[in-house]
Design a protein around this ligand. Structure first.
Ligand code: SF4
Length: 180
């Protein structure tokens, strides 16, 4: 049976028009200011030691799998084409909602593109365990709302005000937000 979601068409259109990909959905769930910075190419992760270390760990643990070649714009870490499962690797099991929105985004886009339902699994490197992310009504609504907010953020000329949250301690943008 063909995979259906009533918002599939407008969601896809918005993703294409704004050039959205998985990390937008992760960032907007974590912090809207961070999402705005990401939209506008302000990203100092390469100079931030903690992030740089995490990136190296991520790359050496799971070099990008050949299964994801040719996906044109989507960049999940691994795909099981036979069983229609998309995997995204995360270093730890934290920031569950944000990580799972990113993984679910890939599964939704593949479901829209193929017309068949895909499963999403967030793979936690520190525990070597997978966390299933069901594409249920709540998850789809969460992605839809995130895409609406991303559309609003794309129109903002200045970043939204910063409110200090726990993530600020490890965020590569903490210097810009005055939270170092
Ligand atoms: S430092 Fe905090 S407020 Fe600023 S972008 Fe990062 S998470 Fe958001």
């Amino acid at each position: 049976m063909r995979w259906r979601w009533i918002r599939a068409e407008p969601f896809y259109e918005r993703v294409e028009r704004l050039g959205l990909h998985g990390l937008h959905f992760q960032h907007v769930t974590l912090c809207e200011r961070r999402a705005w910075m990401y939209f506008h190419g302000i990203n100092f992760a390469q100079w931030h030691a903690r992030v740089a270390t995490g990136t190296a760990k991520h790359q050496s643990s799971y070099a990008r799998d050949h299964s994801v070649e040719g996906l044109m714009g989507l960049a999940p870490d691994r795909i099981n084409w036979d069983d229609r499962i998309v995997y995204e690797n995360k270093g730890t099991g934290g920031a569950v909602e944000a990580s799972d929105n990113q993984t679910a985004f890939y599964a939704v886009m593949l479901s829209i593109a193929t017309g068949k339902g895909w499963r999403a699994v967030t793979h936690v490197l520190s525990t070597r365990r997978g966390r299933e992310v069901p594409l249920d009504a709540n998850r789809l609504e969460s992605l839809w709302r995130a895409s609406e907010r991303l559309e609003e953020l794309a129109r903002l000329e200045a970043p939204p005000q910063a409110t200090r949250i726990r993530l600020c301690d490890t965020c590569s943008l903490s210097g810009f937000c005055g939270f170092e």
